[in-house]
Design a protein around this ligand. Sequence first.
Ligand code: ADP
Ligand code: ZN
Length: 639
Amino acid sequence: MPPAPRRYHPGVTTAACLDPALSTAPLDILQQVFGYPAFRGLQQAVVQHVTAGGDALVLMPTGGGKSLCYQVPAIARHRAGQGVTLVVSPLIALMHDQVGALDEAGVKSAFLNSTLDGDEARRVERMLMSGELVLLYAAPERILTPRFLAMLDSLHERGLLSLLAIDEAHCVSQWGHDFREEYLGLSELHERFPTVPRIALTATADAHTRADIVERLALDAAAQFVASFDRPNIRYTIVEKDDAKRQLLRFLRDEHEGDAGIVYCQSRKKVEDTAAWLQAEGFTALPYHAGLEADVRKRNQDRFLRDEGVVMVATVAFGMGIDKPDVRFVAHLDLPKNIEGYYQETGRAGRDGLAADAWMAYGLADVVNQRRMIDDGEAGEEFKRLQRTKLDALLALAEAHDCRRVRLLAYFDEASEPCGNCDNCLNPPAVWDATDAARKALSCIYRFHQQSGFGFGAGHLVDVLRGKVTEKVTQRGHERLSTFGIGADIAEAQWRSVLRQLIALGHVRSVGEFNTLELTESARAVLRGEVPVQLRVPAEAPPRGRRSRSGGGRGAVDKPPPLPLDEAGLARFAALKAWRAEVAKSHNLPAYVVFHDATLAEMAREAPDTLDALAGISGVGGKKLQAYGEDLLRVLASG
Ligand code: ADP
Ligand code: ZN
């Protein structure tokens, strides 16, 4: 076949020449290059706006599909002769896989970062300057070097600087959780190239951060696209901590045998212990925290991305920029700092749109610890107050007896209806009127101070309330207190939940090295019986059984999960996965970059036997069809 005729653009180097056979229509690009039948949510509006040269600020939850918001315009604009899209990303680890995925889809792209040696970097720079690159990923500190800016100047003069995409744009805000100094310098790009359109993207939703992004990146004239932050395929569950390890084990065994997932712990030590224990229980579990050697961290992260069914046990140091789509669960063994953190961490589950779990075990000690960490921190009083307010919002979520999702979304100023896919919707908890119990606990704390001049911890308080004669009780003469034994009718676990709620609500404070309990100002109203206290009945979580993969309750999962496969389908699925593992290995890429599980599952179910039929599977783009089509048909026929 003769090469396709080429059209030349005036003033543009031959390398940037156009192929008229290539459409610049966004939907064509989505279908032909990425193999997806339709845009999701706001993607189409964003893509149209940016392709036409408008500035945009895009707020979408993790897994919302932000990458395509700049990748499709980048391809359209490159095909129209407008040159390269520069993608600013803080995450070196991610660039490699993003570029790998684009390469698999046949889109010419590259990254520039410190992992390249001199020769490799020069090769990328040559490709950049020739105009052949569609996308270039680079870290901000690299971009702002005089040398790199001079290259951009040259591209711009030739009309080949098409678009600036600023990923993880919240890094520019000190208010947010991942502030990066280097991001502040990015305003210089706009001053230098005021006519080049920009798109800034983030999954951080709060209004303050958004305002910071607009101000610091001078995006006041940009159109704002704010997607719903709901992740309907994620099921939220928060259980009362009883024996957290055992609870976690049951959750994993019952619902996630063989699945990839993340278990978050607060301390490095707990990460190590938990990982070792899960290994002993037969899981492929790996630790990750900032105290590990860099090469161990990298190795563990690579295994999580590349192998199947790895459980990563980690501190929050892990996760930023992990775009593995098939993380089936995120579990918290300790309380995160605030709802933003919780939402971002849990958001790493189920990016592929299939059913996933966000599971957390939470107890009294968590509340006490988090409060203490704020109190003992170095921060100024104003910042501490803010942290406390944020923690309170998270505690209210944990204690809630109504829909978790409604509360989460309300936190991000989004109104919604009960979801049918959280623990409280699925198993509405029983509540009891704990007003009386709360008053008993508060007055007992009051008596401690009155009698001894100082407070005591939760354990001793519960003993006194339940009328238990311990050494400490007799030593202190607490059996003579009027509150001794007034709560004998309430079980110990239930008392703990009362105390937790009282601390969570801010009526009781725990102070000092021994976590002694003190009343706060607001305790008075509760003591006087003016504030009713409603609590969930602490119950053993009902056995949930293994959930079918067909997704959550009313769950408006926007993409149908793969239907259950019959025996032949399962055999084909297994054969496809084995084939994928080999391809991924030989390309040095994670398996999901070759094809998502969902795509393989659809192939296994539909069993296409022609290239045309194969092209109809979501996720099979033109390049992949060409590269793998024949192989896949063979695997399907034999599997
Ligand atoms: P984000 O960066 O917003 O967290 P990604 O861009 O990584 O999300 O997209 C999440 C997943 O959804 C990716 O695996 C991507 O391939 C897939 N995806 C995005 N848009 C679509 C679409 N329109 N149709 C099908 N899959 C999509
Ligand atoms: Zn719900």
